[in-house]
Design a protein around this ligand. Structure first.
Ligand SMILES: NC(=O)c1ccc[n+]([C@@H]2O[C@H](COP(=O)([O-])OP(=O)(O)OC[C@H]3O[C@@H](n4cnc5c(N)ncnc54)[C@H](OP(=O)(O)O)[C@@H]3O)[C@@H](O)[C@H]2O)c1
Length: 257
């Protein structure tokens, strides 16, 4: 259940290398210090940046990774679960409640994946994988997180959609459908948290400047992509007291991508 902690990674951003957890150290948004926070996909490009920034802002952070798939940044409590597995999500949240000293007050759900193919070439297995990893996982995570936040009268949930949450496109039927569904889930959770001190918002990246995108698109110009650290900063703002009046929003974080 517990996952190993790793050092902060240094990532290349559009304007040069940006060290996660150092360049952003000192970000002090009201309402985050001392909070219990959980980040999913915490070994991933965006999730590790969000986890490191929450840690640096003074939150106690638990990071969930897929079993056997990567490490969480240092000083973050690691946990592992396949987030499409209802029992595993329940056990993982129970473990983090113990480790963090109570239910999470902040959840940033970064876990997700991408697979693109023309509709006629999309297998049922690929379709189900997208729906499971991008939508079912979010359902299970938000369902676990929301009730204790509403009971406590304060909570922040940020989900990570995509530009494709708003519009489908050639070769992205399964991905767009899953990320579109994630946005509807976010809006519904936001409506349920309204008036209870709980906000639920969705950030919509275009192309993130990740090592995996650089490998997948060797001919592309990554200068127009958005650094994970920049998107993490938007997530932190949405988790802060400064964003208390924003809920049910779909926030584009496209940069110039
Ligand atoms: N990268 C982009 O350009 C881009 C653009 C738009 C939206 N997004 C969204 O932004 C989010 C973060 O992207 P990223 O680039 O940081 O991706 P990433 O580096 O691949 O990180 C995503 C993490 O989520 C994990 N994950 C996926 N399904 C899971 C499951 N069922 N249970 C547990 N963990 C699971 C992945 O584990 P595995 O590695 O084991 O699968 C991975 O560690 C994703 O939701 C993605 O769809 C990304």
């Amino acid at each position: 259940m517990s996952a190993p902690a790793g050092p902060d990674a240094t990532r290349a951003g559009p304007t040069g290398p940006v060290a996660a957890g150092t360049a952003d150290r000192g970000l002090r948004l009201p309402g985050i210090h001392g909070r219990r926070a959980v980040v999913t996909g915490a070994a991933g490009a965006l999730g590790s940046a969000v986890a490191a920034q929450l840690r640096d802002a003074g939150a106690r952070v638990g990071g969930i990774v897929r079993p056997g798939s990567g490490r969480v940044p240092r000083d973050i409590t690691g946990a592992s679960a396949d987030l499409t597995d209802e029992a595993a999500v329940g056990a993982c949240f129970a473990m983090l409640v113990q480790s963090l000293g109570g239910p999470p007050e902040i959840v940033v759900h970064c876990a997700g994946g991408y697979a693109g193919a023309p509709l006629a070439e999309t297998s049922l297995a690929q379709w189900r994988r997208m729906i499971e990893d991008n939508l079912t996982a979010a359902f299970l995570v938000v369902r676990a997180a929301l009730p204790p936040m509403m009971a406590a009268g304060w909570g922040r949930i940020v989900t990570v959609g995509s530009r494709a949450s708003l519009q489908g496109g050639e070769g992205s039927a399964a991905y767009s459908a899953s990320k579109g569904g994630l946005l509807r889930l976010t809006e519904s959770a936001a409506a349920e948290g309204l008036g209870r001190g709980v906000t639920v918002n969705c950030v919509l990246p275009g192309t993130i400047d990740t090592p995996s995108n650089r490998r997948a698109m060797p001919g592309a110009e990554p200068g127009s992509w958005v650094a994970p650290e920049a998107i993490a900063g938007v997530c932190l703002f949405l988790c802060s007291d400064a964003a208390a009046v924003i809920s049910g929003a779909a926030v584009p974080v496209y940069g110039r991508s």
